[in-house]
Write a protein that binds this ligand. Structure first.
Ligand code: ZN
Length: 144
């Protein structure tokens, strides 16, 4: 499945760790939608600006795969909202600086161990609140 011009779903779900252990790494429709958002908003514009391929070493991770690779329990990789990337011929820290300079709508850019760049998109808050005045002060309550 093509996500954007230069990125396919395969690149984000292929996991050597999962393959070796015979563990499935299957994203839900919501995860795929998030991966598409990650590509559309960050990776594809980055790819176009660089004019060079971007190699994805880790994209989506199921809970099992994430714990096998020692990922954070709240990792954005669990929701298809992050990718670990490299650009051949470019130092990872330079790639990170390029992303920042482009002002792409990322949530986090992490230079990881000097070996790759972790980039994520923000998780929508979808928070529902009610504002009321209480003694002249605005108070926000959860829900409507
Ligand atoms: Zn990562």
């Amino acid at each position: 499945m093509q996500l954007t011009e230069h990125f396919t779903l395969d690149e984000f779900v292929t996991s050597q760790t999962a393959a070796r252990a015979g563990v499935p790494n299957i994203p839900t429709d919501a995860d795929i939608a998030a991966l598409k958002e990650l590509c559309t908003n960050v990776l594809e514009p980055l790819r176009q600006a660089l004019g060079k391929p971007i190699v994805v070493s880790s994209g989506y991770r199921s809970q099992t795969v994430n714990s096998m690779v020692g990922g954070s329990k709240t990792s954005d990789h669990l929701y298809g909202r992050a990718a670990d990337i490299n650009c051949p011929g470019m130092a990872p820290v330079e790639l990170a600086k390029f992303i920042i300079k482009m002002n792409l709508p990322f949530d986090q850019v992490i230079s990881e161990y000097g070996n790759w760049v972790h980039v994520s998109i923000p998780t929508p808050k979808r928070e529902v609140l009610t504002a009321i005045k209480n003694g002249g002060q605005t108070v926000y309550m959860k829900g409507l």
